[in-house]
Write a protein of this length. Structure first.
Length: 338
């Protein structure tokens, strides 16, 4: 009997950005210019995913330039993630150590070597860094750089190490790591860029803000796990909350899906409670907090809407993932299979 995906509680309205079509055209040009997508099979899959629509759902208030920028970050993160999740590199942490070191050099502000041919992901990251950093505060750059570095190191060491050693993490460990492997902190940081706000460090260190951010990140990541479960099962991926609930609790598939969806609902309500407390505590900062919290709401709603419609997670079309070499570009990370 086929399992049915339970409903996920989401009290936020559906929205989309009016600049989506402009961003679709921009993404096509940018991925060609940086070399991130060039083979026909990879281009077809990239276009089917419709990242322009996704970014329009999660950043509905961004202007055209801001939407193009965050869309480029999206594509970079998704394509790097596909290399590590779907391909053999995600099981060989030592194979990507050098390219990650070059990426970290970009993040640390040291630039890239000018005398060698660089992987497309490094070229694209350098471009993104140059376009994103001007006019940002030092504490924002430090936080964003740490989140991006933690994403890279967690995916290429912790996740890859688990796959290589056949380690199944605990639910508690996975939940903490998932916010990094999903790069959702990176995406939440970009709210400040597109909303043109600067949240002071005191807000980022406030327990109520931390709770709202953590809860919204969990909602996004766990909903993604629900909708990508079929694909990841086909690929033998263990890093999925539904899979871990089944593994550790002995639940059947439907019971595990219902459990994760119920926990996701609880996180949404935890966000709403923290949001109300935060706005009550800092009425003088509503000009910063309202757009920031609205950005979190848009992420929870938009991610759910996109996950429901994208072919990437369609349970009726999981066969598209059986041959990752058909859509993974070796030039993205510049590491060839032996």
């Amino acid at each position: 009997m086929e399992s049915q995906l339970p409903d996920i509680y989401c009290p936020f309205p559906q929205r989309t950005n009016p600049h989506v079509e402009h961003t679709r055209v921009h993404l096509d040009e940018w991925t060609r210019n940086t070399g991130l997508v060039h083979r026909d099979s990879a281009r077809e899959r990239f276009e089917q995913a419709d990242f322009g629509a996704f970014v329009g759902m999660v950043y509905p208030n961004a202007d055209a330039e801001g939407l193009d920028l965050v869309a480029d970050w999206f594509v970079w993160l998704f394509l790097v993630d596909d290399q590590l999740d779907d391909g053999y590199l995600g099981r060989s942490p030592e194979r990507v150590r050098d390219v990650v070191a070059v990426m970290r050099s970009v993040i640390d502000g040291n630039g890239v070597p000018s005398d060698e041919e660089l992987p497309a992901a490094v070229v694209a990251l350098a471009d993104l860094w140059e376009r994103t950093m001007p006019n940002t505060a030092a504490h924002w750059r430090a936080r964003f750089g740490w989140h991006l570095t933690t994403y890279l190191t967690t995916t290429t060491t912790w996740e890859a190490g688990n796959r290589a050693e056949d380690v199944v993490p605990s639910e508690e460990t996975y939940i903490a790591k998932r916010r990094h492997t999903g790069a959702i902190h990176v995406c939440m940081d970009l709210i400040e860029i597109v909303a043109e706000i600067e949240a002071p460090e005191s807000i980022h260190n406030d327990d109520r803000f931390i709770t709202a951010l953590e809860a919204s990140c969990n909602v996004v990541c766990w909903a993604n796990d629900v909708y990508s479960y079929e694909k990841e099962q086909l690929l033998g991926e263990i890093h999925n909350l539904v899979h871990l609930v089944r593994h550790h609790r002995g639940y059947g598939k439907q019971e595990a899906l219902e459990h994760v969806c119920a926990e996701t609902d609880r996180e949404t309500r935890r966000f709403l409670a923290a949001e109300a407390e935060l706005l009550s505590a800092y009425p003088q900062l509503s000009g910063i907090l309202l757009p920031y919290l609205d950005g979190m709401r848009s992420w929870m709603r938009g991610n759910l809407d996109w996950s429901r419609q994208t072919p990437r997670y369609n349970p009726d079309d999981v066969g598209q993932y059986e041959e990752p070499d058909e859509y993974l570009e070796a030039t993205v990370l510049g590491v060839a299979r032996d």
